[in-house]
Design a protein around this ligand. Structure first.
Ligand code: ADP
Ligand code: MG
Length: 236
């Protein structure tokens, strides 16, 4: 089943001499529950694509459809609600609030949205990400890997259909990166969440179901992983 689709997506920044064509017509379809990795050199348009998919930026032309909703037709307020409820963002910088505990950080977006917190679900995520002993700790007492796991838990807590991650392991060492993304992958599978992740890390990209390469604002290659089993549920 299709979760997300971009059609003829173009993004032009600036005008005249300073004009940059960041996206030159991107057609991308992502299935529900798929883990997609996006690779490509710096400046190729990866972040622009992710931001537009997540409704953080608007395309110059073309459409983005998420869960059968054309998000570029939404009014500002609807778009804000869509972002809060349907998308979980994970960035390279963890953006945790230092005055709040781990648990408070994780449930903050749900509270800001005025929703009731499903503590059982949040507890499950905390457990899966190995943060049980840290719920009452403050972010600055955690390692980088632990902080990124908190950021992932926060992104997952509102049960978003789609997780968008922009170089989420950029600040982590290789082993920690693998562990953190391995956990994200397991959690997302458990709850049939779709992951789109930009990464420079080849080993991390190999954890995805499909890798697309973007060059100069266009998808130039798409490689699907053959997990070697019939249900495509991973190779573990
Ligand atoms: P990547 O994430 O692959 O490194 P980006 O999507 O950030 O690439 O950028 C693609 C191109 O668009 C680059 O040439 C970049 O300089 C340009 N760009 C990105 N954001 C802006 C912006 N806000 N204003 C002008 N140019 C931008
Ligand atoms: Mg980028």
């Amino acid at each position: 089943m299709e979760m997300l689709k971009t059609e003829k997506l173009k993004k032009i920044y600036g005008k005249g001499e300073t004009e940059v064509q960041a996206l030159k017509g991107v057609d991308l379809t992502v299935a529900k529950g798929e883990f997609l990795a996006i690779v490509g050199t710096s400046g190729s348009g990866k972040s622009t694509l992710l931001h537009i998919i997540g409704g953080l930026d608007t395309p110059t032309s073309g459409t983005v459809t998420v869960d059968d909703k054309k998000i570029n037709q939404l009014a500002d307020e609807e778009l804000t609600i869509f972002r809060r409820r349907s998308i979980g963002f994970v960035f390279q910088k963890f953006n945790l609030i230092s005055m709040l505990t781990v648990q408070e950080n994780i449930i903050l977006p749900i509270k800001l949205d005025g929703q009731k917190v499903d503590m059982e679900y949040v507890g499950q995520i905390i457990k899966m990400l190995g943060l049980e002993s840290k719920t009452n700790s403050f972010p600055n007492t955690l390692s980088g890997g632990q902080q990124q796991r908190v950021a992932i838990a926060r992104a997952l807590a509102a049960k978003p259909a789609v997780i968008l991650a922009d170089e989420p392991t950029g600040n982590l060492d290789s082993q920690t990166s693998q562990d953190v993304i391995g956990l994200l992958k397991i959690t997302a599978k458990q709850f049939t969440q779709t992951i789109i992740m930009i990464t420079h890390n080849e080993e991390i990209a190999q954890l995805a179901d499909r890798i697309i390469r973007i060059e100069d604002g266009q998808i130039v290659r798409s490689t699907k992983k053959d997990w070697g089993d019939s249900n495509g549920e991973g190779r573990e």
